[in-house]
Design a protein around this ligand. Structure first.
Ligand code: NDP
Ligand code: 2IT
Length: 447
């Protein structure tokens, strides 16, 4: 069988076993495209069904989450945890609360997480969880009751050496506090079961900043490797949540010019650049007040485009930091046409499959999410280490760890992804992420 037939057979089996899960198919396809030929050319990995096993989660847990809203109505949501693979460490990955959450999305995220966590070099397996609960417009009391009910069920399946959740879309410091509090109460143990905790109760410095900062460190490494620099570059950012805000903060600190940010209602274009003072307003708007990004225009000059994404604004670098599939084929074409030189994925799988091909054809430097946004889970791993040692490391030490981890991820991508005159960061990340997990799986025999 040639490589094309091998791929077609693998994907048809995956689709048959997981019908209608298009995001899951997309994520596995992207990895299989690089990994099946790699397995084919490395006898040690042959005949072990490694990718088939990696794309069949160890287990999927689904449960009902009932809670009472402020008007006394009973509400019912659905919760899930996908524990994809724990070959190299306890399951680890975020929890997402968003009305779009379904098993296809969580399975793609848990699959990706397995490779991402491997790339960090730290001992963490891959998982993801969440609910179709929509925190928008809910009171603190409603969010608390929902989180407590969610954890009452999930607590049976997680623990510091079993599965360690963290935040993701719709889950930030407030939600982690409620979930960790309920876990502590149910188990009567103060353990490191969550990361992204508050500093007062076992959290790590710079965890909040780590994903966005890490993505910009990845970008810096890529530019340096290609003899370019970040200073003065025009940056398009989508999103205005945890990842987007700290990607913007680091990019501004390093002298780049951030000209767009967005939320689910549209995007702002500030031609002068979003500086530290303007970003402070966005933090206040989006994190504290949970308001719309268009309110930026009440204080600063900018244009607001309702229900649109920022990709038709000419810029040098794109940092998609909102959600999956937010760069379409047409967006990718437009970015290349407008001279975009690098795309670094802060969000998970923000570029559609054909969009990635367009970037590669256009020789755009492209960092896939599993490499680019690994800084967040890396500092989560460091939070786990600090919890186990019952210590708190200094901000300086943690910053150095994060920089080093992103530097190492960049180098692994280069060493496994360098082609004739192009660094294929996707292939590099897929192969480097695969090797560690595959070697551990082989060591265990058939399980
Ligand atoms: P937040 O909830 O803090 O922010 C999400 C941002 O994206 C908000 O601006 C939100 O707009 C926007 N957004 C969410 N969904 C959509 C949508 N369907 N269409 C348009 N805009 C949308 O989440 P994070 O910043 O934590 O996560 C962003 C991305 O980064 C996700 O893909 C996540 O998986 C990934 N990621 C997160 C990590 C972390 O540590 N938090 C680590 C690694 C990756 P609005 O406010 O209007 O909802
Ligand atoms: O997608 C991700 O890497 C995250 N949401 C962070 C996971 C974590 O466990 O810190």
């Amino acid at each position: 069988m040639n490589a094309k037939q091998n791929m077609a057979q693998f994907m048809s089996g995956l689709k048959r076993r997981n019908p209608s899960e298009k995001e899951f198919h997309q994520a596995v396809h992207e990895v299989a495209f690089d990994i099946l030929p790699y397995i084919e050319s490395n006898p040690k990995y042959q005949n072990a069904l490694l990718l088939e096993r990696l794309s069949e989660p160890d287990r999927v847990i689904s449960f009902r989450v009932c809670w009472v809203d402020d008007d006394g109505n009973i509400r019912a949501n659905r919760g899930h945890r996908v524990q994809n693979n724990n070959a190299i460490g306890p399951y680890k990955g975020g929890i997402r609360f968003h009305n779009s959450v379904n098993l296809s999305i969580l399975k793609f995220l848990a699959f990706e997480q397995t490779f991402k966590n491997s790339l960090t070099g730290l001992p963490m397996g891959g998982a993801k969880g969440g609910s179709d609960f929509n925190p928008k417009g809910k009171s603190d009391g409603e969010v608390m009751r929902f989180c407590q009910s969610f954890i009452t069920e999930l607590s049976r399946y997680i623990g510091p050496d079993t599965d360690v959740p963290a935040g993701d879309i719709g889950v930030g410091a407030r939600e982690i506090g409620y979930m960790f509090g309920q876990m502590k109460r149910l188990t009567n143990k103060f353990s490191g079961t969550f990361t992204g905790k508050g500093i007062e109760y076992g959290g790590s410095l710079i965890r909040n900043e780590a994903t966005g900062y890490g993505a910009v460190y990845m970008l810096e490494n890529m530019l340096l490797h290609h003899k370019q620099e970040l200073e003065g570059k025009r940056i398009l950012i989508s999103g205005s949540g945890n990842v987007a805000i700290y990607a913007a903060e680091k990019a501004i600190q390093l002298g780049a010019k951030v000209i767009t940010m967005s939320d689910s209602s549209g995007y702002i274009h500030d031609k002068e650049g979003i500086n530290a003072e303007k970003l402070a307003l966005i933090k206040d708007l989006k994190v504290k007040r949970r308001a719309r990004i268009s309110e930026y225009l009440n204080t600063f000059n900018a244009e607001f485009y309702a229900d649109q994404r920022p990709w038709h604004v000419p810029g040098d670098i794109a940092l998609p930091c909102a959600t999956q599939n937010e760069i379409s084929i047409d967006d990718a074409k437009l970015l290349v046409k407008n001279g975009c030189k690098a795309v670094v994925e802060g969000a998970n799988m923000p570029t559609v499959k054909e969009g990635i091909d367009i970037f590669k054809e256009g020789q755009v430097l492209f960092a896939p999410s599993k490499a680019a946004n690994a800084g967040g889970v890396a500092v989560s791993g460091l939070e786990m280490s600090q919890n186990s040692a019952r210590l708190s490391w200094s901000e300086h030490d943690l910053q150095e760890h994060l920089k080093k981890i992103m530097h190492n991820i960049h180098d692994k991508c280069v060493s496994h992804g360098t082609e004739k005159n192009y660094v294929n960061y996707s292939r590099g990340a897929n192969v480097a992420g695969f090797i560690k997990v595959a070697d551990a799986m082989l060591a265990y025999g058939v399980i």
